[in-house]
Design a binder for this molecule. Structure first.
Ligand SMILES: [Mg+2]
Length: 255
């Protein structure tokens, strides 16, 4: 059996770990506030590659893509070779994070999706569920964005999967599960749920064999989010969908 396989529990085995919830950020927790993020990435591309990203443009939607993937798409279209992109990927990431620290709006609390602070507070006081992230944002960008939005405290350091870990979003859930497990043993797939707003969130969950709750608080409607195990139009429906999936870990009603 590979180290990543979900073992069958045997009698007397310790109780299974609580659910690991992997939240996307843009369109899921935070509704907007991406202008400074885009400016920071463009500034990094100008600084490191001398490329004017505004002139080149982005021929694909950035929704659900990692920062590194967006940078690569722009750079390839500007005629930069794949080798040069690879060689300077760390420099682009560092320049972007530096620029974002300077450009990020001081208060993003108005950009938080309605009802999300209450949802996180509810999850945070439950005994069991663990809150984590799977986002295409470079990690320092993600952490600062959530801090300025006033919801960073729910997502512990050292956890999650970020655009700084891989350009490929499908690689991020296994990274987040590995960070959540004890001694490098990945958190079980059956106990992991991805929450995101794009078909790419659903695809990355499916690539790792995970359940996914899609939310329509980003750019996509329910008809574009097929393949998710549940679709929620707002935080109230997300609460209900999560409650159903993590029912084993909710406090029991008095008999
Ligand atoms: Mg998103």
């Amino acid at each position: 059996m590979s180290a990543d396989a979900d073992p069958t529990p045997h009698p007397g085995a310790p109780p299974s770990p609580g659910p690991l919830l992997l939240f996307d950020i843009d369109g899921t927790l935070v509704r907007a506030g991406t202008r400074a993020h885009r400016l920071a990435l463009h500034e990094a591309l100008a600084q490191v590659h001398g490329v004017d990203a505004d002139r080149v443009g982005l021929r694909v939607s950035p929704a659900g893509r990692t920062d590194g993937e967006i940078a690569r798409t722009i750079l390839l279209d500007a005629g930069v070779s794949a080798e040069r992109i690879d060689a300077r990927a760390d420099a682009v990431r560092e320049a972007c994070c530096r620029a974002y620290a300077r450009l990020c709006e001081p208060d993003l609390s108005d950009c938080v999706v309605k009802g999300i602070p209450e949802l996180l507070a509810w999850l945070g006081q439950l005994d069991g569920p663990r809150l984590s992230l799977v986002t295409g944002n470079y990690e320092p960008v993600a952490r600062l964005k959530l801090r300025r939005a006033g919801i960073g405290r729910w997502f512990p350091a050292g956890q999650g999967g970020f655009g700084s870990d891989s350009e490929d979003r499908a690689a991020l859930p296994p990274i987040a599960r590995r960070r959540a497990g004890p001694r490098g043993r990945p958190h079980p797939r059956k106990q992991t749920i991805v929450v995101g707003d794009t078909p790419r969130d659903i695809a990355c969950a499916q690539a790792d064999g995970l359940r996914c709750i899609a939310v329509t608080t980003g750019r996509f409607g329910a008809d574009q989010l097929q393949g998710a195990d549940a679709v929620a139009v707002d935080a109230r429906e997300l609460h209900a969908a999560l409650a159903e999936m993590i029912a084993d870990h909710l406090p029991r009603a008095p008999e």
